[in-house]
Design a protein around this ligand. Structure first.
Ligand SMILES: NC(=O)c1ccc[n+]([C@@H]2O[C@H](COP(=O)([O-])OP(=O)(O)OC[C@H]3O[C@@H](n4cnc5c(N)ncnc54)[C@H](OP(=O)(O)O)[C@@H]3O)[C@@H](O)[C@H]2O)c1
Length: 332
């Protein structure tokens, strides 16, 4: 089987230099990857896009990423196991899974090799698209709330007031739903067209970020925020600061140089109000937990749009545009 797959070609979407946006993506026939020790080969059923995918193409992570050109992008996938590498214990051909691929291998293709350690089982109740939405966006929302903000998702902790900016985006939609499982009071920001949608996810109050009150982040009910899951960009510390509770934290998912300066200053001055830059660190037990929440109907993946692999560049352009409501899915 291994030899048979390795000699086959698959359709993939890749780029061979920095920049170029959607038009820099090229369709190619490339060899199906061979699973190395500890890897499993997946026939992909869905992949989801994240802003980091096109930020890598833009060169924002050079010289670390991509490792080489041409590069097949995208890390978040769901599919079926077709082959397992040496030493793989948890999976066998035919199993349905969700995987986080890391940035050296790639999901914008018909097949991908995934590490067993970052792959979890996908029960029949969780569609491929719903599962593929979870890795980067779901794990980031989970880490921000549980690790950085100290929210207990079983609702057992003290009630906290949480602000979620860009609540209509890929991370934000999961963050609102998870925060509500944790028995928090959620204030969310989005644009006028998404207010009802964000309320339907469970947000207690919603601010239109294009209005003066929304831009000032003032809670309509007068609350001060214990934590901000900051999924938007371009909001200065001076806007957050008066809205925070005495020990309030801003968890910044896209920290700018000035955010790092604020982080250092607040640490050095022993400020009770803190800015916390967050970088997602993928853990399979957390991905498994999120898949189970979807299975149980406690968490859903809101899908902005689905694109066939043959038109992956349309999804890519949509992600770069920055106005997706939920996750952008590509289906081989
Ligand atoms: N540090 C990490 O480990 C990590 C992990 C994941 C993501 N991130 C970063 O987190 C950010 C969010 O990611 P994502 O996947 O959620 O992005 P996304 O899905 O592309 O976000 C798009 C959404 O953001 C909304 N939005 C844009 N500007 C806004 C503003 N100023 N206020 C309120 N809403 C706004 C848009 O609403 P409208 O269309 O209505 O404007 C749209 O619904 C990105 O910068 C990403 O790179 C970091």
């Amino acid at each position: 089987m291994a030899a048979a797959m390795a000699s086959k070609l698959m359709h993939a979407v890749q780029y061979d230099s920095y920049g170029g946006g959607a038009s820099g993506l090229k369709h190619a026939e490339v060899p199906v990857p061979t699973p190395k020790k500890g890897d499993i080969l997946l026939k992909l059923e869905a992949a989801s896009l994240n802003p980091v995918d096109w930020k890598i193409q833009k060169g924002m992570f050079r010289p670390l990423l991509p490792r080489k050109f041409p590069h097949i992008p995208v890390t978040d996938v769901a599919g079926e196991v077709v082959e397992v590498g040496q030493g793989v214990q948890k999976f066998k051909p035919g199993d349905k899974v969700v995987a986080f691929l890391t940035h050296t291998v790639s999901g914008l293709a018909e097949f991908a090799a995934a590490s067993e350690s970052l792959t979890v089982a996908r029960p029949p109740e969780v569609s491929a698209a719903d599962g593929a939405g979870l890795p980067v966006a779901g794990l980031t929302a989970h880490q921000a709330l549980t690790q950085a903000a100290g929210v207990k998702l079983d609702g057992s902790g003290q009630q906290k007031n949480i602000l979620i900016t860009a609540a209509s985006g890929g991370v934000g939609q999961y963050a609102v739903q998870l925060a509500k499982l944790g028995n928090t009071h959620v204030t969310a920001t989005c644009s006028a067209r998404n207010i009802e949608f964000v309320k339907s996810l469970g947000a207690d109050e919603v601010l239109d970020y294009k209005t003066p009150e929304g831009a000032a982040l003032n809670s309509p009910s007068g609350r001060k925020y214990d934590a901000v899951v900051h999924c938007a960009t371009g909001i200065p510390w001076s806007t957050f600061e008066p809205n925070l509770s005495a020990n309030g934290k801003v968890i910044d998912l896209t920290p700018s140089p000035s955010a790092f300066a604020t982080f250092a200053l607040k640490k050095l001055t022993f400020s009770k109000k803190q800015l916390v830059p967050l970088f997602m660190s993928a853990k399979s037990e957390n991905l498994d937990y999120l898949v189970k929440l979807v299975k149980e109907g406690k968490l859903k993946t809101v899908i902005d749009s689905k694109h066939p692999l043959s038109k992956a560049e349309d999804g890519w352009a949509k992600s770069i545009d920055g106005h997706a409501t939920g996750k952008i899915i590509v289906e081989p």
